[in-house]
Structures are given as structure tokens and as C-alpha cells.
Design a protein around this ligand. Structure first.
Ligand SMILES: Cc1cc2nc3c(=O)[nH]c(=O)nc-3n(C[C@H](O)[C@H](O)[C@H](O)COP(=O)(O)OP(=O)(O)OC[C@H]3O[C@@H](n4cnc5c(N)ncnc54)[C@H](O)[C@@H]3O)c2cc1C
Length: 400
């Protein structure tokens, strides 16, 4: 019987890992994906949902047909228990055995350090599909009754890029509606300096982000933590109170609960991995994507998380798939690529403008790093979204 590879999660990392290992070994492997979501969700486009520029259907697609077309079994279920020793994963609908496991269960928003933030509260979030849709209601109320706006990248978040993108898109949309002067914007961030992005910054980044903020008239408060959110006010840890009519908080991320309770994850539910993406304790259990633990070579006054974005999530998945295929063929899992050494490739959208971010390494020390501003960045982000959704829906995970 062919060895069984079980993948938990079906987004950037899980879908890529499952299809890559199947493409590599064809009939010599049985691949099953178990996932809480039955849709692929293109999170980078959440920033456009509140403004009506994207609807959920534009940035999602059902994964079952994609997997079926490539000979991968798909189970729509949440993993509730992972038993690494007995090589079993439990779900509400039954248990699944494995010879090799790939944990690609991603992130959860953690609002617990910020009382008052979270679903149903006075501030919105754009880091989940539901949150981004709900933020659209807040946005429409702001259009009807303009007033001060706060966008905050909270202490511990690893998603500063999305916070910058959202605040610049918001300024752009307010300008388009002729309301910019009636809705002053404050950007609060835990970053020690502008453009840190959770990757330690890039040459010229601080100056460039400063210029973008100045040009769009956004006031920035750096190196800050949020104490709480109450109706109509964000309270900072230093005692400052920021009134708002519309607020968005980008919260810290943690890993899936099942990962933490299974003992595979650290206290935040992120999985410590080797450069092969094998977990430290189990050579047949891999973890890939945003749910992996990454340590950083700096300390900041307020915690600043690392952005484990789509490109590294896919890279990790390919490394893991190659190594699983090697193990199944009786070879050593020799492919290695550390997160720190992967190139950084990202586009920060600003509505009708943006910045392309390129660096030779994700984390310092780097030899090269460049930020290229201009309207072409916005066009590139839109084109990339279309290309990526096309490529992924068809399961062409070998394409760049
Ligand atoms: C607002 C926002 C903007 C972003 N912008 C960019 C950008 O511009 N560029 C970029 O490269 N990246 C961006 N990112 C980051 C990007 O979204 C992540 O890198 C990517 O989502 C990581 O993919 P993943 O597969 O590791 O995890 P996830 O996308 O979190 O997927 C996790 C998967 O696991 C499943 N799952 C979770 N728990 C369980 C369970 N218990 N059992 C079974 N399945 C489970 C989920 O259903 C999902 O399918 C952005 C993220 C956000 C939130």
C-alpha cells in the first residue's frame, strides 16, 4: 500500500504541500487534506473588502474540485486532536492515520491582550474574511457620519504590512469621497520605527513610509501598545486616548489551538521547525506556513511579530514536500531553506499607489534591500491577485 501523507490546512501552505507531494510521487503516495475551511481564501485582498472593491466570492474558491483534479482526497473537517506517537489525527467526523503529517493550520487572531478589541466590539479587524466584511459596515457608517479614524497595528502582531496597506487605502478612499478633511487618521504601531514591518526594516524604508504618511496627512504614533478599546476611544498604554468614529485593530496572531494542545506547538501554538520543516521531535511530522515559529535577531520595547507571508509559506511547503518524497523513497530529507535566508518579495498597496519590497534575505544581516514606490505597485498587486488565484485554483503549484 502507498504511504499516507496527511495535510492539515488547505490555504497557501497546505494546498501547496499536498499538491507538490502528489505531483512528485503520483501513484506512489496517498495524500489526504483535512481542513477547517472548504475554500481557499486569498487573505492579502482583505484590505479591499471594506471598501467594496472585493467581495468574498472574488477572493475565494472551493478547494475540493482542485484537489480532486489532482488525485488528492479532501475532508472538510477541523482537526481536534493530533496524536504524534500513534500517528492519528481526530476530527468530529472520524480519525485519520498517517505515515507523514504536514501541519499547515496557519494563524488565529488573538484579541486577548487588547480588552475591547475583537468581533462585536467597537473596533473592527481586517485579518479574517468575516472581520473584513464587518469592517465594511463600519466604513459605510463613517461615510455617512465622518469623524476621526484610528488604525492600529497592535503589540505582538506580525501583520504590519496589512496595517499600512489598510491605512493608505482608507486615506485614498476618503479622498475619493471628498471626506479626507472631515476624517483625520491616526496610525498607531508597535514598530520601533516606520517601515520596520516585523523584518527589521529595509534601507530607505523609514524615510519612504514617513513621506507616504506626510503626503496623505496621516499622523503616526510609533513604539506604542494598546491598553484597551472602549466605545469611541482607543486607550494607549502610555495613557493617551484616541477618539474614533471608525477604528481597525490588527491583532497579534497565534497558532491553531489543536497544535498547542497536541504538544507540537509552543505557548503561542506556533510549531518549532528545522530548516527541513520537520518538527524538532518527530522526523515524519512537518510544519509549514504562518503557523511555524520564527525567532528574530532583535528586541523591541513592544513585541513585534514576524510576517510569515505567502511566498515563504509556499517555499516552506515545497521544501517539506521534497523532503517527504525523499523519505518515502528511502533517502535523507536533505532540502533545507531557513525562513531568515528566504528572499523577501512583497507589494504594499496604497490604493492607487504602493511600494514593491525586495530583499535578498527575509531577516538581517542583508546584502540588498530595496523599496520601489509608484502606481505600478498597485497594478502589480491587482495582477498578482488574479494570477495567483488562477494558478492555485488549477493546482499549478509548480509555477512561480
Ligand atoms: C490582512 C492580511 C493581509 C495579508 N497580506 C499579504 C500580502 O500582501 N502578501 C503576502 O504574501 N501575504 C500576506 N498576508 C499573509 C498571508 O495571508 C499568509 O502568509 C498566509 O495566509 C499563510 O498561509 P498558511 O496556509 O500558512 O495559513 P492560513 O492562511 O492561516 O491557512 C490555514 C489553513 O488551515 C486550516 N485550519 C486551521 N485550523 C485547522 C484545524 N484545526 N484543522 C484543520 N484545518 C485547520 C484553515 O481552514 C486554513 O485552510 C496577509 C495576511 C492578512 C491577514
Amino acid at each position: 500500500m502507498a504511504p499516507k501523507v496527511l495535510v492539515l490546512g488547505s490555504n497557501f501552505a497546505g494546498l501547496t504541500a499536498a499538491l507538490a507531494v502528489k505531483h512528485e510521487l503520483q501513484d506512489d503516495v496517498e495524500v489526504t487534506v483535512v481542513s477547517k475551511d472548504d475554500r481557499f481564501i486569498f487573505n492579502p485582498s482583505f484590505i479591499w473588502i471594506p471598501f467594496g472593491k472585493r467581495k468574498p466570492a472574488d477572493i475565494t474558491f472551493p478547494v475540493a474540485p482542485t484537489f480532486e483534479a489532482h488525485g488528492v482526497d479532501f475532508v472538510h473537517a477541523e482537526a481536534t486532536r493530533i496524536d504524534p506517537q500513534h500517528q492519528q489525527v481526530a476530527t468530529a467526523n472520524g480519525s485519520y492515520g498517517f505515515d507523514y503529517l504536514v501541519v499547515a493550520t496557519g494563524y488565529r487572531e488573538d484579541f486577548s491582550p487588547i480588552p475591547g478589541a475583537g468581533p462585536g466590539g467597537p473596533a473592527h479587524a481586517i485579518t479574517s474574511l468575516e472581520g473584513a466584511v464587518a469592517a465594511g459596515e463600519g466604513w459605510r457608517r463613517l461615510l455617512a457620519d465622518p469623524g476621526p479614524v484610528v488604525v492600529a497595528a497592535a503589540q505582538g502582531t506580525g501583520c504590519f504590512g496589512a496595517a499600512y496597506e489598510f491605512v493608505f487605502n482608507l486615506a485614498y478612499q476618503l479622498r475619493r469621497h471628498g471626506l479626507r478633511k472631515r476624517a483625520p487618521i491616526t496610525y498607531v504601531t508597535a514598530e520601533p520605527f516606520l517601515g520596520h514591518f516585523g523584518i527589521g526594516g529595509l534601507p530607505g524604508g523609514e524615510r519612504l513610509l514617513g513621506m507616504f504618511l506626510k503626503r496623505t496627512g496621516i499622523q503616526a504614533i510609533l513604539d506604542s501598545a494598546i491598553a484597551e478599546v472602549v466605545p469611541d476611544e482607543v486607550h494607549l498604554a502610555d495613557g493617551r486616548r484616541l477618539p474614533f468614529r471608525f477604528a481597525v485593530v490588527v491583532p497579534p496572531f497565534v497558532g491553531a489551538e489543536v497544535v498547542r494542545t497536541s504538544g507540537l506547538g509552543n505557548a503561542s501554538g506556533f510549531v518549532e521547525v528545522q530548516d527541513t520543516y520537520q518538527t524538532k521531535g518527530f522526523p515524519n511530522i512537518y510544519a509549514v506556513g504562518i503557523g511555524t515559529a520564527v525567532s528574530v535577531p532583535w528586541q523591541t520595547a513592544n513585541p513585534v511579530g514576524v510576517p510569515k507571508t505567502g511566498f515563504p509559506a509556499e517555499t516552506m511547503a515545497h521544501v517539506a514536500a521534497t523532503n517527504i518524497a525523499a523519505q518515502i523513497r528511502g533517502q535523507q530529507p536533505a532540502k533545507r531553506e531557513s525562513f531568515a535566508e528566504m528572499p523577501a518579495v512583497c507589494i504594499m498597496d496604497a490604493g492607487n499607489n504602493g511600494v514593491v519590497i525586495l530583499a535578498d534575505r527575509m531577516l538581517p544581516p542583508r546584502k540588498h534591500g530595496v523599496l520601489i514606490p509608484g502606481p505600478q505597485s498597485h497594478a502589480a498587486k491587482v495582477a498578482f491577485e488574479k494570477y495567483f488565484l488562477w494558478k492555485t485554483r488549477h493546482g499549478y503549484v509548480g509555477l512561480p
